[in-house]
Design a protein around this ligand. Structure first.
Ligand SMILES: Nc1ncnc2c1ncn2[C@@H]1O[C@H](COP(=O)(O)OP(=O)(O)O)[C@@H](O)[C@H]1O
Ligand SMILES: N[C@@H](CCC(=O)OP(=O)(O)O)C(=O)O
Length: 372
């Protein structure tokens, strides 16, 4: 393996519950050690690895002897709180076989949404990697309510890849990659080896199916792939049980589905906008505004806003959607929902007289916006 010729410096590996449990109800440590071996080999060859691991809830169930618990958020938090310590213990022991230390980062949406916390998380990741320690990331399920949850580890791993400026994201799951329909329900489904563009027809293929203990299925993997490739990060979706899968993916061998990265990655501030999540609010845009924003690279003005959805403060990241609810851009609002409700459809010149102040003509400035 000549990794110096490959060119990847930093790789994020995401392991789904389906991989960690091998489809059973418990952590498959025999398989985890094999994955740790491959990641350790990369670290020793000079390729830095960040591990994004699911499996806390499954590990919690196993550790407590499969208790009968109602399917509530609080009970999932209980299972994650118990299971996360088992999970990190397992990884710490398995990597120690290869002489490597691990460091744990449990993140929530809020850590990615707030610029200062985002930069702090980035510093921690870099400090670990600069010292040859493998960062192990999971969502902080025990404290995350639905509002502050990223929600699935596919998205979390993409955001982590942006955070640490990785150049490859490997999403490992229980299928060989992305198929043209769900291989669980269609045995004739065909593997898609290369994806250059992610559009609505591709999203439809991903459907909603999820393996036994997993969250999100292929749909969240596609979302993750889209976030990463926009930031100039290549993505591979492959089977976590394929022999040498991590090493082969890093050596650019033909494994699973490969997503080409966009050539002009977004600058860092736009990456941060994409790394956070537009959780709190939406603006519905008229046709002219959609065109101005998506085709002409303009800022969004109040005149082009048809309606405001949700309650939010100034400085919140919003989804900019069309009348069918399709998201066309994401950006930071210069006005609160309350203010926006007073100025929708109005000319920018009227803002000061309507509000008694103004924060500029743009409701969402183009420097604070990512067109999707
Ligand atoms: N087009 C598709 N190609 C591959 N898998 C798909 C597709 N559509 C849905 N799936 C489902 O997605 C599942 C993997 O997602 P998930 O259960 O969340 O796994 P993980 O725990 O690895 O994140 C597969 O088992 C498969 O049934
Ligand atoms: N944070 C959760 C996993 C959430 C998740 O996205 O799971 P998966 O679809 O298996 O990657 C856990 O550790 O159990």
């Amino acid at each position: 393996m000549n990794l110096s010729e490959i060119g990847y410096r930093r790789v994020v590996v995401k392991l789904g519950t389906s991989v960690l449990t091998s489809g059973s109800k418990q952590l498959d440590k025999a398989h985890m050690v094999e994955l740790a071996r491959q990641m350790s080999a990369l670290m020793k060859a000079g390729v830095e690895v960040v591990l994004c691991t699911s499996g806390a809830i499954a590990a919690g169930r196993e550790h407590l002897g499969y208790p009968k618990l109602a399917d509530t958020v609080a009970n999932k938090q209980l299972l994650a709180a118990v299971g996360q310590s088992q999970l990190i213990l397992a990884w710490s022991q398995l990597f120690s076989i290869y002489g490597l230390h691990v460091g744990q980062l449990l993140l929530t949406q809020a850590d990615l949404h707030d610029r200062e916390r985002y930069l702090n998380a980035r510093d921690s990741l870099n400090a670990l990697l600069n010292n040859g320690i493998i960062p192990i990331i999971n969502e902080n399920d025990a404290v995350a309510t639905n509002e502050i949850k990223v929600g699935d580890n596919d998205n979390l791993s993409a955001r982590a890849a942006l955070l640490c400026h990785a150049d490859l994201l490997i999403l490992l799951t229980d299928q060989q990659g992305l198929f043209d329909s769900d291989p669980r329900s269609n045995p004739d489904a065909k593997l898609i080896k290369q994806v250059v563009n992610i559009d609505d027809s591709l999203r439809q293929l991903a459907g909603g199916a999820v393996s036994g203990l997993g969250t999100g299925g292929m749909a969240t993997k596609l979302e993750a792939a889209d976030i990463a490739r926009r930031a100039g990060i290549e993505v591979v979706i492959a089977s976590g049980h394929r022999r040498q899968v991590i090493l082969n993916a890093v050596c650019k061998e033909d494994v699973g589905t490969h997503f080409t990265a966009l050539e002009n990655p977004l600058e860092s501030r736009k990456q941060w906008i994409l790394a956070g999540q537009a959780a709190k609010g939406k603006l519905v845009l008229d046709v002219g505004a959609i065109k101005a924003v998506t085709e002409k690279g303009r800022s969004l003005l109040s005149k082009g806003v048809v309606s405001v959805i949700g309650e939010f403060d100034r400085g919140t990241t919003l989804q900019l959607i069309d009348s069918d609810g399709r998201e066309c851009a994401r950006g930071i609002s210069r006005y609160s929902a309350g203010d926006l409700n007073k100025i929708v459809g109005k000319h920018s010149d009227e803002i000061e007289s309507l509000l008694g102040y103004d924060y500029g003509d743009a409701v969402v400035h183009r420097n604070d916006m990512v067109v999707l």
